[in-house]
Unconditional design. Sequence first.
Length: 577
Amino acid sequence: MRKSNYDKFPCTQISGDSWTGWSDIVGKMMDGCDSCVAIECYQGVNINELLSAFCAQAQGWTVVDTRDYFKSETEIRSMTDEWMTDDRLFGRRVGHLSMKDFLSGRAFSERKAVVIGPGAALLTEGLHRDVLAYADMPRWEIQQRQRRHEVCALGVDNSSEAPSKQYKRGYFLDWIVCDKVKKEYFERIDYWLDTTMADRPKMMEGRTMLSALDKMAHQPFRVVPFFDPAPWGGQWMKEVCDLDRSKENFGWCFDCVPEENSILIEVHNQAESSAQRGDTLEFPANNLVFYRTRELLGAPVEARFGQDFPIRFDFLDTMGGGNLSLQVHPTTQYIRDTFGIFYTQDESYYLLDAEEGATVFLGLKTGVDAQEMIGALNKAQETGEPFDAERYVNRWPAKKHDHFLIPAGTIHCSGAGAMVLEISATPNIFTFKLYDWGRLGLDGLPRPINIRHGSHVIQWERQTDWVRQNIVNHIEPIASGDGWREERTGLHENEFIETRRHWFTKPVLHDTSGSVNVLNVIEGDELLVESPSNVFEPYVVHYAETFIVPASVGKYTIRPYGTAEGKECGTIKAYVR
C-alpha cells in the first residue's frame, strides 16, 4: 500500500470580494436598501440561523419567514404522496411540481422586509426588490444534517424520520424543486451565501460566482471528495488518502459525482497580495453543470442528458474489509417505468489495487434456474440462513488493473480485498441489494434488500461463458508512440461510456472531441495537465485523484511530473461515446 499526496480540498482561485461573519454579511447586504431583500434558501439550510442574524442586526426591518407562506404540512404530504411511495428507499422522480405549488397563494406586500427561506424569490417577484441573495447547500452536507436530524424537508417536518427516508424526499422531490428555482434566478442573484460551516457564514458577490464557474468550465478541475464508512469498509483509503486513523474503516469515496459533491472557490480581493489566502467558500458542484452546461459537457452530451452530469467515479474499499452486498442495477426501461429516471446505472469495476486472492462476483453460473435462485434469496431474507452465492454466481480472480464491465441487469459485487474505482453512469441510488451476507448496517439495522425489484431486472442469460467473452478484462491496444500507449478497456456495447487507459513516460496528447472527460491517476505520484495552446494554466494532479476536463478544453496533454518524471505513469479516462 502506497501513500499519496492526495488533495482532499481542491479549490479554484478567483479575484473578487467576499465577507465572513453575520455582522459583515448583513451590513453589506443591507447597505443602501430601503425596500425589500430576498434570501432564497436551498433545502437543508438552517433557516433559523439566518432569521436570528437578520432579526438581531437589520434594525427597523420586518424579517419574514417564508415557511409562514407555505401550505399546511397535511396539504403538502397529500400533494406529494404519489412521488414518495411506501418504499423505504425509492420514490418516483417528481415531474410537474415547482416551488409555487408549495406556497399557499397568500399575497405578500410588505415593504422594508427581509424575506428568508425557500420561495423568497417567488414571494417578492413583482415587488421592488433591492437585493436577491441565495443561501446554497451541498447535498453531502445536507445528508450529514439529515443523519443528525437537524433539518426538515420543504413544508414537512420529517427531521425525526430515518435518514434514508429524508434523503429519498430530497432526491426525488425537494432538490428538484429547489434546483428549478436556482436555475431560473441564477444570473439575477446579487450575493451567494455559504452556511455549510455552522456559525461561520461566508458570502460572495453574484458576479464572482459566475466568474469562478466560467473559469472552471474552461480548465481541468476537481470536485471535493467525501469519504464514508461502510459495513464492508476497508483500510486502503485511510492510508493512501490520509484519512482519520481513529475511524474503524472507510468504504466509500465519491470522488466525482457533481450531483452530490461540492466545489471550493477561494476568493482573493484584488487589494490582497498573491501570498495572502482568501476566503474559501463551498457550493454544490451542480452549480457549474447548471450554469455552463454546454461548455462543461459538450453539445452532443447536453443533447442526450440535458443538465445531468452523466459520468460517476467513486471508490469502493474492501481492502481489509468484506464483500459488498450482492446486487443488480435496473434496466433502462425498468428505471423509467418504475422511478421516472431516464437512464440507468451501467457501471464497471476498475481495480486500483488488490490483495492476494481478491475476487469479484460477476454474472450467473451456467445453468442457473431463476426460480430456484430467487427462492433461495427470499429464504435467506426471511429466515436469516446463509445464501450460497457461489452456487449461483461466478467468482472471478481479481488483480490490480483488471477491469470488470457491469452493464445493467448483471448480478455482481466486489469481494473482500479489492480497491475498486467504480466508473459508472450517475443515477446513484438505484442498487437493488439481493443479499448482504447476514450483516447489519452501521445504524445497527438490517440494510434494505430489494429482491422483488432485482428479480424483474436480472438478465438470466448472462452466464459464465457470456461473462468471460464479453465483460471480463476485454482490453484492446488502440495506439502507441514514443513513450506512450493507449488501450481500450471498455465499457460494454450496451453502455454509453467509453474508457481508455494510457501508460506513458512522456507527454500524451488527448482531445475531448466534444465530450466531457473524467480521468483518474492509476499510476504515478504526480502528473501535469497542460494546454498546447495555453488556454488554461498547467494543472497538477496526484495518484488516485479523479479530475474533470470540460469539453470546451479540446486538446490537452498529460505528462509525468515531479518525482514521477522518468517513471511509467497511467491514467484511465471515461467519456460519452
